[in-house]
Design a protein around this ligand. Structure first.
Ligand SMILES: [Fe+2]
Ligand SMILES: [Fe+2]
Length: 372
C-alpha cells in the first residue's frame, strides 16, 4: 500500500518537473563506486582479492553504523570508478532484486580473450559461471560471489564477436594459473537497477543529473522488459536499467546492491546537483564528508538509492599507497572511539562463522532476467 502511495507521489512529482523545464549541465562523469552487503568480511576479502584479483584499499566502518565494517576494493591504484565496497551486516537476511534493489554490477576487461580466460579461471576455482553471451555488441560472462551477488564481466568489441571466433578461443586458451595482466578488472562498466517506467527515468536523469538516455533495447533475457542505457557523451551506458512494468519490489539484504555512486570531479559540481535536487523538492542527504570523498544521497523515481561522490581526496589521504587497506582506517572524527569500535568488531567476528570455500549459488540460464 505504501509502495503504491510512493509511486503515485513520484509520478505526480515528475509531471511537475517536466513543466519546470530544468536543464542539467552534465557534471556526472561515470560511476564512482557501488556498495553492496556481505555476510562475512573474511570470505568477502578472499573472494575479491584471491579470485577476482582486486586490491583491498580500505578497511573502515560504516559511518552511519559504526560498529559494522565497510570494506573497499579497487584496482591497484585505488581509482574511483573501479571501486566496489561492502557493508558487513551478518544480521541481515538474504535480499532480493527488484524495484529499489538493483539487479547486478558489471566490470569491464580489455580484451575479448580476457572473458575466456576468466571463464576458465573461475571454473577452476569452483565458482558458478554462465556464458559467454554475445549480445548488443558486447560479450559477457556472469558469476556469483559467495553472498549471491550477480557480477558480469564484459567487453564491448563488435568486430571480434563472431561465434566461430569465440569457439576457437575457447579451444585455444588454456586455464590461467592466476589473474594475469590480461584479465585485470578495469573500471566498473555498468550497474543495472530495476525500474518500471522508462519515461520517468529519462526525465530524472536528464533534468536532475544532466545525463541522457542513449538507447532503449529489448532485454534478450526477458521478453517483457527493456534495457535502457543512460550515460553521458563519453560513457553512454554506465547505468543500464532493466525496465518492466511488471517488475516486483525487491529487498536490499545480504548479496544485494545497497547503493550506486556516480562521480563528479569537483565539490562545486556536487553542490550544483544538490541545488537542483533542492529546487525540485527532491529529498536528499545534503553533502556529507566521508573523509576519502564527499557524498550526496538521493533516490531515483523508483526508489533506488543513488549517490554523487567527489573524485577526491582519495584513499591515500590517510595511508600511503603501499599500505592501503591493511589495517582499520577511521576518519579523524571516529578516532576517539577506536578502542570501542575494535572491541565491538571483535565481538561481531566471534559470532560470524567463516566458510571457505563457499557454496556458490547457480545463475539462471538467462542471467539478466528479473527473477533470480
Ligand atoms: Fe549487464
Ligand atoms: Fe557510497
Amino acid at each position: 500500500m505504501s509502495a503504491l502511495f510512493n509511486k503515485c507521489c513520484i509520478t505526480i512529482f515528475f509531471k511537475y518537473i517536466c513543466i519546470a523545464n530544468y536543464n542539467g549541465v552534465g557534471e556526472v562523469k561515470g560511476l564512482h563506486h557501488i556498495t553492496l552487503v556481505t555476510r562475512n568480511q573474511k570470505v568477502n576479502f578472499r573472494f575479491y582479492t584471491e579470485i577476482l584479483g582486486l586490491r583491498r584499499v580500505k578497511v573502515s566502518v560504516n559511518q552511519d553504523d559504526i560498529y559494522h565494517r565497510h570494506l573497499f576494493y579497487a584496482d591497484h591504484e585505488g581509482n574511483p570508478g573501479s571501486t566496489i565496497t561492502f557493508f558487513e551486516w551478518p544480521e541481515l537476511s538474504r535480499g532480493r532484486v527488484g524495484l529499489t534493489s538493483p539487479h547486478h554490477i558489471s566490470y569491464g576487461v580489455k580484451k575479448v580473450e580476457s572473458i575466456i580466460r576468466w571463464k576458465k579461471w573461475l571454473a577452476s576455482k569452483g565458482v558458478s559461471v554462465r556464458g559467454p553471451f554475445v549480445r548488443d555488441g558486447r560479450i559477457s560472462l556472469y558469476l556469483r560471489d559467495p553472498d549471491g551477488v550477480l557480477i558480469e564481466i564484459t567487453r564491448k568489441d563488435s568486430e571480434k564477436l563472431e561465434p566461430k571466433y569465440i569457439l576457437e578461443l575457447e579451444e585455444k586458451i588454456k586455464e590461467p594459473d592466476r589473474v594475469d595482466s590480461d584479465m585485470i578488472l578495469q573500471k566498473l562498466d555498468h550497474s543495472s537497477p530495476v525500474a518500471s517506467d522508462s519515461g520517468l527515468l529519462e526525465k530524472f536523469f536528464t533534468k536532475v543529473l544532466g545525463l541522457k538516455k542513449n538507447y532503449s533495447t529489448k532485454n534478450p533475457d526477458q521478453a517483457d522488459s527493456l534495457i535502457v542505457g543512460i550515460g553521458n557523451e563519453q560513457r553512454t551506458d554506465f547505468m543500464r536499467y532493466i525496465v518492466s512494468d511488471k517488475a516486483p519490489y525487491g529487498i536490499v539484504g545480504i548479496g544485494n546492491i545497497h547503493h550506486i555512486a556516480m562521480m563528479v570531479e569537483e565539490d562545486q559540481d556536487q553542490r550544483h546537483i544538490m541545488r537542483k535536487l533542492e529546487d525540485l523538492g527532491i529529498r536528499n542527504s545534503g553533502i556529507i564528508d566521508r573523509f576519502w570523498f564527499k557524498s550526496l544521497y538521493f533516490r531515483d523515481p523508483e526508489g533506488n538509492l543513488l549517490e554523487v561522490a567527489t573524485k577526491g581526496p582519495g584513499y591515500t589521504v590517510d595511508e600511503p599507497q603501499e599500505e592501503l587497506g591493511k589495517t582499520l582506517a577511521l576518519p579523524v572524527w571516529l578516532e576517539p572511539k577506536r578502542n570501542e569500535i575494535e572491541i565491538q568488531l571483535k565481538e561481531l567476528d566471534s559470532k560470524n562463522r567463516e566458510e571457505w570455500p563457499p557454496n556458490y549459488d547457480n545463475i539462471p540460464e538467462r542471467p539478466e532476467q528479473l527473477k533470480q
